[in-house]
Ligand binder design. Sequence first.
Ligand SMILES: [Cu+2]
Length: 187
Amino acid sequence: MRHLQSAPGLPGEAERRRFLARALIAIAALVSIMGLAACGGPATPSPAPSAPAAPAASPAASPRMASPAASPGAASPGAAAGGPAAMAATVDMGDDLKYSPEHVTIKKGGTITWKNTSGVVHTATDDPSKAADPANAKLPAGAKTWDSGNIDPGKDFTHTFDTAGDYTYFCIPHESAGMVGTITVQP
Ligand SMILES: [Cu+2]
């Protein structure tokens, strides 16, 4: 049995060398395939970590940048101009036969004081029955009419507004001269 195996040993070595050569080719082919896989492997993970990092940083930074810049800029003009109305206001009545300012906004329950800074008598009147043109005496629904009576030079008159809405009032001696004012009482 030994010489039977060793006898074809010489031609068997040639086949082994061919097998080894084919095996080397096969291994080389496997290595090249694995090399492609190895090249594809690091290519996919590298953009993956960089992509989530960039979007995570930019949304976190942009709101922080926008909110402090927007809120102080929007808050200060809003509170100054269209913000909460005052509980008290003053209107001057001058020699130019006008209310100054002609329009006043206050809050419900607030007061307006008319000061006669002129040399003539004025009134602040919101009563359609005393107006030449009832359009100069408007009141919101439920509000009572009011009339200062004559306000002498240097004197003043104060009225409290408990009903929200829009008012139009006038000066009895100077209605025809256009001495008309408006008031908004906010709820
Ligand atoms: Cu007047």
